[in-house]
Design a protein around this ligand. Structure first.
Ligand SMILES: Nc1ncnc2c1ncn2[C@@H]1O[C@H](COP(=O)(O)OP(=O)(O)O)[C@@H](O)[C@H]1O
Ligand SMILES: [Mg+2]
Length: 360
């Protein structure tokens, strides 16, 4: 792990509520996250856990009923002056002009929401490039062609003249990535970019993101509900549940030594050759946060829940310098609980695969 790399984005104690006439939903309940230069940090959790809202807050694009109650989102600029900005306090117009889509670019699940169906992709790329930099037409065209080539689109000169509907879903997502890269961003936020694609296409997009990340030294925040995807892209993993990060660590910490029963559930839900088509899913549904859960928000779905889980919220217990989990099972007074045997079998298998892979 390159753990001495410079911090580029740091979220501290972020707390967000959504207000409507009838209720307040406490969607984000104290999130911390650090992104360092050249690294990929994943946020993983079921739908509704607060992944997108966390990143929307960082980008200043929360819907108007979303209120940031507290916290900071510090962006450490890459300019030589070493500017430091709390994106929450920053002027919205300044954010739009200087940070969002410039220093911090985003790729979302559905490429069609980011592309204009009535405009050729060449024109869309040229517009994106020209919005960042004044260039001659010829230069902008050349830059567009190079970007398309960089994201793996063959015959880019010909493809420039085509419209979004003439591309497959995977190719459209590549174009969106090309547009995101047009400002030469420092940070790339990917919010479920492969969720709408089928598995083989998904893997190719993941490979592309990894290779771009390495070539350009990008810092990436990768959001997904699928822990299987995380293994392919991330250096660090944050497992999110009901508006909190309940386990955080390196990819090895979380995949080889998971401690939170929710993480056990997510890992068990990854399709596996030996699961014989029978896919595990965590029973029940996440709480609706119109009132704060009492105790551990996961307790009602947790087969390993202790009495205290229903009464008091667990703190983040430290396991190692990189690995933390919020479960009372880590309290020294807790009874010894083994993770499910089937998961241990899977972990042994993943460890063996990783060792074989390292051997080449
Ligand atoms: N526009 C909105 N209005 C009200 N509540 C919202 C809105 N967007 C998100 N929320 C609340 O925030 C929670 C987290 O949403 P989100 O971050 O989009 O989840 P996900 O982890 O699937 O990306 C939702 O479960 C919902 O309660
Ligand atoms: Mg989302």
């Amino acid at each position: 792990m390159k753990d001495l790399a410079k911090t580029v984005l740091e979220i501290r104690d972020l707390d967000i509520s959504f207000h409507s006439a009838s209720e307040t939903v406490h969607a984000i309940r104290g999130v911390d996250l650090i992104l360092r230069k050249g690294e990929t940090v994943a946020i993983v959790g079921e739908s509704g856990s607060g992944k997108s809202v966390t990143m929307k807050a960082a980008m200043g694009i929360l819907p108007s009923n979303g209120i940031i109650n507290s916290g900071s989102i510090v962006y450490y600029g890459d300019d030589p002056e070493g500017s430091v900005t709390d994106l929450i306090k920053a002027d919205k117009e300044w954010l739009r002009r200087n940070i969002r889509g410039k220093k911090i670019a985003m790729v979302f699940q559905d490429p069609m929401t980011s592309l204009n169906p009535t405009m050729t992709i060449g024109k869309q790329l040229i517009l994106a490039i020209s919005s960042h930099e004044k260039l001659q037409k010829k230069e902008a065209v050349e830059r567009s062609v190079n970007l398309l080539r960089e994201v793996g689109i063959t015959e880019p000169e010909r493809r420039m003249k085509q419209y979004p509907h003439e591309f497959s879903g995977g190719m459209r997502q590549r174009i969106v990535i090309a547009i995101a890269l047009s400002s030469n961003p420092e940070i790339l936020i990917c919010d479920e970019p492969t969720t709408a694609l089928d598995v083989t296409i998904q893997d190719r997009i993941l490979d592309l993101i990894v290779s771009l990340q390495q070539k350009r030294g990008l810092s990436v925040i990768y959001i997904t509900h699928d822990l299987g995807v995380v293994a392919k892209v991330a250096d660090y993993v944050n497992v999110m549940y009901a508006g909190k990060i309940i386990e955080t660590g390196t990819i090895y910490d979380v995949f080889f030594d998971p401690r939170h029963p929710y993480t056990w559930g997510l890992l068990s839900a990854i399709p596996d050759d030996e699961s014989g088509g029978e896919l595990y899913s965590i029973p029940g549904t996440p709480p609706y946060l119109s009132k704060d859960p009492v105790g551990d928000a996961f307790a009602p779905r947790n087969p390993y829940a202790l009495e205290i889980d229903f009464k008091e919220e667990p703190p983040l217990f430290k396991i190692t310098d990189t690995h933390y989990a919020a479960t009372w099972l880590l309290d020294e007074r807790a009874p010894k609980v083994e993770r499910p045997a089937d998961l241990t079998r899977r972990i042994e298998k993943m460890k063996k695969e990783a060792a074989d892979y390292a051997k080449g």
